[in-house]
Design a protein around this ligand. Structure first.
Ligand SMILES: Cc1cc2nc3c(=O)[nH]c(=O)nc-3n(C[C@H](O)[C@H](O)[C@H](O)COP(=O)(O)OP(=O)(O)OC[C@H]3O[C@@H](n4cnc5c(N)ncnc54)[C@H](O)[C@@H]3O)c2cc1C
Length: 410
């Protein structure tokens, strides 16, 4: 805290509500990969984070948590979680640490607007029961860390964009990211089916745009899961631009087409006496048997022996390229993060200070930075929060700093 007097204004009844539900309640706090690797997972301008990551990175965060009673562990993909598997412990550990550092936390205190004097930050107007709205709080420096716009029930309702815009900052349009997609057809009968080791390829206006290998899951309206989330940023932007978006699922990515056809020929010889459904069941999860039979024009109860020649090739093609039109994506309630936000052009990456308003700083998801899954989004919030906190304390001449947000106790 560098000796600064810090007031944290939180509009919900408790700080860090979103943090408490991260990682399906387990909180993927950060990632152990080195800085250069992490930057590859970040959009739209990873280099912006060099200073913030350089000052407070994954090992600093882990050390801070461990020193405050939150033991951690690393899992597959170098992802770090609390040893207890409870996101709640991370939130409570940080809140307790902040309180011990002397941070005053005011809950149910909603910042309504920023107050500027002679173009410089001078305080905020706050609404807080029972006094109500319009209470002015003076501060030498302010940090806006109001999060993005996704999962609005957690308190992140895009207020920071309003504050930034009203004080002359540019905003890159906020879009849902790390979000499920809606497809035509949707396969509600396969809802909940989790596919491992599949490849999902993204096609934009008929051209291959990207491809990811890993896990995907069927929902009643389309597809979800890690590889879908990873491609979702490009999908959301392509749909917003009115482009034609399709995805294809390769259910047998380990086999190229000739090898797959050879394998099918062997399977067919072994199963020629059974039904089409028996044959398909030997190749596919049960929930997809009807779907494949429909696309091949086969009666599931009919003899497997009919599946030969062009029909067998069509089956191989379908296994390699199960095609879906992408009609849309989940909304703010489903998006794990918000892409877009306060423009990086209006912020100084060395301090997180505004280039438009003196004594004002921004941190976390409010800023136009977002990342793939893997703990990177929280690391962005912690690193930019730390840097903004340090910079604000220095700027204030160790007098006062103010923040609204969960991670700004630096
Ligand atoms: C379901 C889910 C799971 C996730 N899992 C992970 C994960 O495992 N790992 C990972 O790295 N990332 C994960 N994320 C993303 C990560 O949670 C966010 O990127 C991160 O919380 C952003 O931190 P922040 O402090 O910028 O904003 P937030 O955590 O959104 O905090 C902003 C705070 O500001 C408060 N606030 C807003 N407006 C006002 C106002 N006007 N006045 C006062 N207070 C205000 C809000 O109530 C909120 O408490 C997940 C997100 C979701 C939704």
């Amino acid at each position: 805290m560098l000796g600064a007097r810090v007031l944290l204004l939180e509009k919900m009844e408790k700080p860090a509500r979103k943090l408490r539900i991260t990682g399906k309640g387990r909180c993927n706090i950060t990632n152990l990969r080195p800085l250069e690797e992490q930057l590859k997972a970040i959009h739209p301008e990873p280099r912006f984070l060099r200073q913030a990551f350089g000052g407070f990175f994954n090992h600093d965060l882990i050390a801070l948590l461990e020193a405050n009673g939150v033991a951690t562990k690393a899992e597959r993909g170098d992802r770090v979680f609390p040893a207890s598997d409870r996101a709640w412990d991370v939130a409570e550990g940080l809140v307790a640490w902040a309180a011990r550092q002397g941070v005053e936390i005011l809950s149910r205190a909603r910042v309504e607007s920023l107050v500027l004097e002679a173009g410089a930050f001078a305080g905020v107007l706050v609404s807080r029961p029972p006094a109500g709205s319009g209470q002015r709080i003076q501060a030498r420096c302010g940090i806006v860390a109001t999060g993005g716009q996704s999962y609005p029930a957690t308190g992140s309702t895009g207020d920071g964009y309003r504050f930034a815009e009203a004080t002359g900052h540019r905003i890159e349009p906020p879009r849902p990211s790390l979000v499920d997609i809606r497809t035509l057809p949707a396969l509600p009968a396969a809802k909940g089916l989790n596919l491992r080791n599949v490849r999902l390829t993204l096609w934009i206006d008929g051209r291959k745009a990207d491809s990811e290998f890993g896990e995907a899951e069927f929902t009643d309206t389309g597809l979800d899961g890690p590889i879908v989330l990873k491609l979702s940023r490009q999908i959301v932007d392509a749909k917003a631009a009115g482009r034609r978006v399709e995805v294809t699922l390769d259910l047998k990515p380990a086999l190229d087409l000739p090898k797959l056809e050879a394998r099918l020929a062997r399977d067919f010889d072994a199963r020629a006496g059974g039904t089409c459904a028996d044959l398909l069941r030997s190749l596919l999860p049960a929930q997809l048997v009807e779907v494949f039979a429909g696309r091949l024009g086969l009666n599931p109860a009919g003899p497997a022996a009919q599946v030969k020649g062009p029909l067998r090739r069509k089956l191989a093609d379908l296994l390699k390229e199960l095609r879906f039109d992408v009609t849309g994506h989940g909304g703010w309630e489903h998006a794990i993060v918000t892409a877009g936000g306060v423009s990086l052009k209006d912020l100084d990456p060395r301090t997180m200070a505004s280039r438009k308003v003196e004594n004002l700083f921004f941190a976390g998801e409010t800023v136009d930075l977002d990342a793939d899954t893997g703990g990177y989004n929280l690391q962005i919030a912690f690193s930019t929060g730390w840097l903004a906190g340090e910079s604000a304390a220095r700027k204030a001449g160790v007098v006062a700093a103010l923040s609204a947000g969960a991670e700004q106790q630096a």
